[in-house]
Design a protein around this ligand. Sequence first.
Ligand code: DAK
Length: 264
Amino acid sequence: MSDAYDNIIVETRGAAALRFGWITLNRPKALNALNDALMDELGRALLSFDADDSIGCIVVTGSEKAFAAGADIAMMKPNDFPSAYMKGLISRNWDTIRQVRKPVIAAVAGFALGGGCEVAMACDMIIAADTAKFGQPEIKLGIIPGAGGTQRLPRAVGKAKAFDLVVTGRMMDAAEAERSGLVARVVAADQLHAEAESAANAICGYSLPSIIASKECINRAYEAPLSEGLLFERRLFHALFSTVDQKEGMGAFLEKRKPDFKQG
Ligand code: DAK
């Protein structure tokens, strides 16, 4: 499989023991509209970082003007139901992000609309520039969200605001997105990359088994009843006592020194 990317830029960054992957969506003329080629490349880059033992997490970002303005409308328009259904229109490569076990941070500036908002929501946390605008404007195109907009948005912001956004197609600015719980942090646009790097470096400074266990447990909160989620958390909590890193983390605290995690 080729390592060449035409629609994204892929870098490795970071200063901690583990480094982090940095993926920039890069179709600037179309405001990073998400076509098959871009989604294939994004999936390939995510899986490649996920499989790399030297990588602790991944940041996905766009341009100053757009994280992504949605799935590519020109690509979608010619389809009818049989072709969309039978070929699974823009489906296979939109689920790849769910296979990634390491944390994925979306660093969003400008438009995150439709599929762009859905990609950001499929990440584990969103850090937004104060210029960010989120929305699910599919209603204006005679369709509905198709990659989780009607499912992840209500879980993030509640039914009332999700309904408002989906049926009016209006955009929500970064401040409203933070107030509503969609976004973890909002920073000045010129600080977006520094903030995302700082979060990624913090994650990369910890023990990867406990980071991945955190992600699995938090995701479980969406899928399981509370009693099952609590049990799952308890099992992973106990399991982490079999790691070298638990001995190191607790030992370092008690010896008043920085831990040196071995990722195992
Ligand atoms: N697709 C294709 N091209 C797009 C695009 C898009 N989503 N968004 C923008 N562009 C293109 C414009 O056509 C324009 O191209 P040129 O005319 O220069 O060739 C260029 O980007 C610049 O856009 P504008 O001239 O419109 O720029 P403005 O600043 O005036 O406006 C805007 C920015 C973001 C408000 C506007 O471009 C806009 O409303 N864009 C469309 C936003 C939208 O409707 N997004 C939702 C698309 S539907 C699924 C997975 C995903 C999806 C569904 C299913 N499965 C897994 C099943 C997702 C669906 C969608 O996202």
